[in-house]
Write a protein that binds this ligand. Structure first.
Ligand code: MG
Length: 393
């Protein structure tokens, strides 16, 4: 199922007393809208951001700074009402999309579990709308405070976003609302208006919508707690190790530098063992599995892949997650050839790919005194460590 997320970033921020749009403000160092988009990058195929017309360029620049400009396929201008904004966003969703999720740019604490539940709801029921059971008894009252009705609390839910739908259902609902001049305060109500079923799935009490200054305070506290739990740490350390076999008729590429030698490394990609160890260290530092999960060697698209390109993708994700490389240290273990003449070029190549100063990158080479597979020139191994630092928060 191909899914896209529409993120609404066109709010005015007036209720928070801020001069600028609240979704552009930093929350613990990272802009609210960036935090609202990043959890979708692992689960959706792309994103359309709806921005206030005068802020389209600002939003584009922000997305570029956080390397989200590949995941976000379009930034479109919003309309005078929320529903018109979503409509503009929906028009920019690629035609091959099966499902669309709508998410408030002002909900920066959304997590992958909530998104997964919405996607599962769409798969099984055609829609998945994040909601939480009400802990408060809700009363319907007149403007003068006279209570009219008390709904049964067990049937009362507060809906959040993401709200996800099969594209055909959502299109039908939008068209019907347009014909009838119906304006809903959320997207699910458009389906309800069209007589289409809406399925709720479990949201989270942490999935706050930043509306008041108090919400911002609460969100900062939740992020601080996640920080202590290690989900959002100031520093993250990673370690990586890789081995490739030396064979005839293959190129020898180490840290993106091709080195003349009578044998080369065997592998599905270009077999750059040093970059593989480095990527494994970075992925490990982020707690996101390993290189095999990211770039499976059973996947044809990675046959002969340039590992520098893969490293750039990993660094993109690192920045999206709000981290910068503090430093890394790579050790290549090879009996031959002599690697010293290439070390500076390797560091230069890595610095370029990772977009950091060369001073943050160390590459070393060693032999094993002819001991072991490296010493017998059957293969080359590499080890890497890295330290990531959270971007100013
Ligand atoms: Mg490898």
């Amino acid at each position: 199922m191909k899914s896209y997320v529409i993120v609404l970033g066109g709010g005015s921020g007036r209720r928070m007393g801020a001069q600028v749009n609240k979704v552009l403000l930093p929350l613990c160092g990272v802009p609210v809208i960036i935090r609202a988009i990043v959890p979708f990058t692992a689960l959706c195929d792309g994103c359309v951001v709806v921005a206030a017309p005068q802020e389209v360029d600002t939003v584009r620049a922000l997305l570029a700074r956080y390397r989200l400009n590949r995941f976000v396929t379009a930034v479109v201008a919003g309309g005078s009402e929320r529903q018109y904004s979503v409509q503009n966003g929906f028009a920019a969703v690629p035609e091959d999309a099966d499902a669309v999720l709508v998410h408030d740019g002002a909900r920066p604490l959304v997590d992958e579990d909530i998104i997964r539940r919405c996607l599962a709801g769409i798969e099984q029921h055609g829609s998945g709308v994040a909601a939480i059971a009400s802990v408060d008894t809700v009363k319907l009252a007149d403007a003068d405070g006279q209570v009219r009705h008390t709904p049964n609390r067990s049937e009362v839910y507060a809906v959040q976003t993401p709200q996800g739908f099969r594209c055909n259902l959502y299109r039908t609902a939008l068209e019907k609302a347009h014909r009838d001049g119906f304006l809903g305060t959320d997207d699910a109500s458009l389906l309800e208006h069209a007589g289409l079923p809406v399925h709720l799935c479990e949201g989270s009490r942490e999935n706050l919508k930043l509306t008041t200054a108090f919400d911002v305070e609460l969100a900062s506290m939740i992020l601080a707690r996640r920080n202590q739990a290690g989900e959002d740490s100031m520093f993250r350390i990673g370690q990586g190790y890789d081995v490739h076999r030396l064979v005839d008729n293959r190129r020898l590429v180490l840290c993106g530098v091709e080195i003349p030698h009578e044998t080369g490394l065997l592998g599905h990609s270009d077999a750059d063992v040093a970059i593989h160890a480095l990527m494994d260290a970075l992925i490990g530092a982020m707690g996101l599995g390993d290189i095999g999960k990211w770039f499976p060697d059973t996947d044809e698209q990675y046959r002969g892949a340039d590992s520098v390109q893969l490293l750039m993708q990993v660094c993109e994700r690192m920045r999206q997650n709000g981290y910068e490389l503090e430093n890394c240290d790579v050790t290549i273990v090879a009996q031959r050839p002599k690697l010293r003449p290439y070390i500076d070029t390797m560091r230069e190549r890595l610095a370029q790919a990772m977009q950091v100063p060369q001073g943050r990158i160390s590459v070393k080479a060693t032999t094993t005194e002819r001991l072991g597979f490296e010493g017998e020139e059957k293969g080359i191994s590499a080890q890497a460590v890295c330290l990531l630092r959270a971007v100013s928060r």
